[in-house]
Design a protein. Structure first.
Length: 157
């Protein structure tokens, strides 16, 4: 039996018929390695441009659990009705300025395009009240991550 390292070089040299196939094999072989925290529980997701990304399921579950705990422990809350009323105040995404009607739904099972963004992230002590929520295009929200753009704007001025 070949080791994972020898198998990866062998596969890359002998089975790389197409660039796409090569990337797929390389991704699979990289999934044999544990993540930075030592877990070996990988899965993949495909971005809107077709790029396949890998992630550690165990680490993702830990992040989701931490987020849920932060949300539970924060002050304030809002309802879906309050968010829908707030959404009516916006004709377009405040980040990229694209009209809601021009934004495609996300790919995959969820099929969403508008997300609830915490202006001041929960990680930085922001609340879950409707005053700290804004609608964002899902890609803008994912790019933003845990950044606090309001704080960055104040530092510039």
């Amino acid at each position: 039996m070949l080791s994972a390292t020898k198998l990866s070089w062998y596969t890359c040299k002998k089975l790389a018929y197409t660039d796409r196939y090569f990337k797929f094999i390389f991704l699979l072989l990289n999934m044999l390695k544990p993540c930075g925290k030592g877990h070996n529980n990988w899965s993949t997701w495909t971005s809107t441009n077709g790029t396949v990304h890998k992630y550690c399921k165990t680490c993702r579950q830990e992040r989701a659990k931490n987020y849920s705990q932060r949300k539970k422990n924060t002050h304030g809350s809002h309802t879906e009705k309050e968010f829908q009323e707030k959404l009516k105040q916006y004709e377009k995404c405040p980040s990229c300025m694209r009209l809601w009607k021009d934004i495609p739904n996300s790919k995959g099972k969820a099929r969403y395009k508008i997300t609830e963004d915490h202006i001041i992230p929960l990680l930085e002590g922001g609340s879950d009240s409707i005053e700290n929520i804004q609608p964002l295009f899902y890609q803008c929200n994912f790019k933003k991550g845990h950044k606090n753009y309001q704080k960055e704007k104040n530092q510039i001025n």
